[in-house]
Design a protein around this ligand. Sequence first.
Ligand SMILES: O=C(O)CCC(=O)C(=O)O
Ligand SMILES: [Fe+2]
Length: 337
Amino acid sequence: MAAPTSQVPHHQSLSVKAVAESCIQSSVPSKYLFVNDINGSPSDSIPIIDFSLLTSTNLHHRSKALQELDKACVEWGFFVLVNHGIPETAMKSLIDGSLEFFELADEEKQRYEPKSVLDPIMSGNGSMPNSESHKILAWRDFLKISVHPTFYCPEKPETLREVLRDYSERVRNVFRELVEAVSENLELEQGYMDDVLKLDACFQRFVANYYPPCPQPDQVMGTPPHVDYGLFTLLIHNGLPGLQIQHNGDWFKPDHSPPNSLIVNIGRHLEIYSNGRYKGIKHRAVVNNHSPRISIIIVNGAAPDAIVGPAAPLVERDGRALYRPMKFIESVEAMLT
Ligand SMILES: O=C(O)CCC(=O)C(=O)O
Ligand SMILES: [Fe+2]
């Protein structure tokens, strides 16, 4: 039987999944309450980019796709990527493997309780350091894993290791093609961005978010508004709506993206590198009252030791640098703390 909210034992590490299970049909503990308008509008103008055209040998197709990509990056900082070549099975296996992790006993997950923001494996809940809303406990559990240049993985579930390795490598390949395309759009020499940012050793971090159903979905926040660090974040989910992105001050829901598409958003480091031509986009996730939602992101950045500042040719063109260069991993740490 569901325990009343007041009897939920206070434990720093109690997963939100466990909290949710204890307050079904009841109200959520006050530390999760978030006075907020969680509504977003659907939009049929969210850009869709066809990866197969972006990488096509047909120059006409490629150049048209490059223009669309540039427009999406300037106007939205966000787009839906189709025909990216990552098999549906690879995505599905990773979502299933992540779900298995969240279903482990809290004691097992607590082995990875965060001690510092860049721990290679972290499992936690509630607060989200990379947000404006430090004080609110988010209605989600998370698993964060560094997967490149060094690959880590929790011991359990055993199914996770290989699917995670496979998926992160596939995402890395898509990411590097996106970088090449952006590099061309920024009129940088071929391979320039790749060299400067040392992308052979690019930093990749996997984050799985588990949002349990919530009896009061309009009173909590799954993931508070934030901008991701890194160059590009690639996101997939288990088919349930929740993600919202900010565009011209309003919140939009990319709920009708084609099946198996990747949702891509620009992170803070692409904003820095492009000297502000492209902006890191603010987004958030809301929750529902009926089914668990899982989202999986891979944040893709520069090599940990690469210095990320505005690209030198852009600074020359623009006449000034709008951002200060910094070692990638140090700036990530600063952004997350
Ligand atoms: O759950 C989502 O759709 C968004 C998650 C997110 O933005 C993040 O983990 O950085
Ligand atoms: Fe995010």
